[in-house]
Design a binder for this molecule. Sequence first.
Ligand code: 5GP
Length: 190
Amino acid sequence: MKLLEERVLTEGIALNENILKVDGFINHQTDPVLMKAVGEDFADHFKDRGITKVATIESSGIAPALMTAAALHVPLLILKKSPSKVLNQNMYQTVVTSYTKGNSYELTLASHLISERDHVLIIDDFLANGEAATGAVRLIRKAHATIAGIGILIEKSFQPGRNKLEEQGFHVYSQVRIARLDKNVIELVK
Ligand code: 5GP
């Protein structure tokens, strides 16, 4: 997606060969006009897939996922991060390891918000090793709901996330694909 590519190239900050900071327009301050365009692009890409709900992991995915859900006229599920297992019959939970923080958390979803009739589009800000996305898939499958696809704003294509998801048969659409990062260097996939 051209608009997001331009913002990544002009305002993204590559800290090293692994981490890109996008705090000025996605993660710390969010540009609502850009997020609306991002949401419309996802909605356009996934429009014929019978989506009943959009899901994202709190908190960075919420802005683009909300705009996607609005464009598709479906609800947004916010998968919550809890520090430890809460023993509750009414919750689905699964452990996810955070790429940026290196710690683990329980991804949590109240069972009454999802059913086997749901066909869910997962949206996240970054795809690195695919831990967050596969965690979201596991959680949604606990409800016997199905996955319509996975939409990512920024994919680091030199990391294994996309392959892992595609090997499981998922349709992955990334708006920006990064081939290489280094300190102050950002190269897109051509
Ligand atoms: P994964 O689970 O695919 O390994 O990592 C994805 C999650 O880690 C995303 O939800 C995002 O929050 C975070 N993440 C991974 N790589 C980056 C990065 O380069 N920059 C930022 N800001 N977040 C990242």
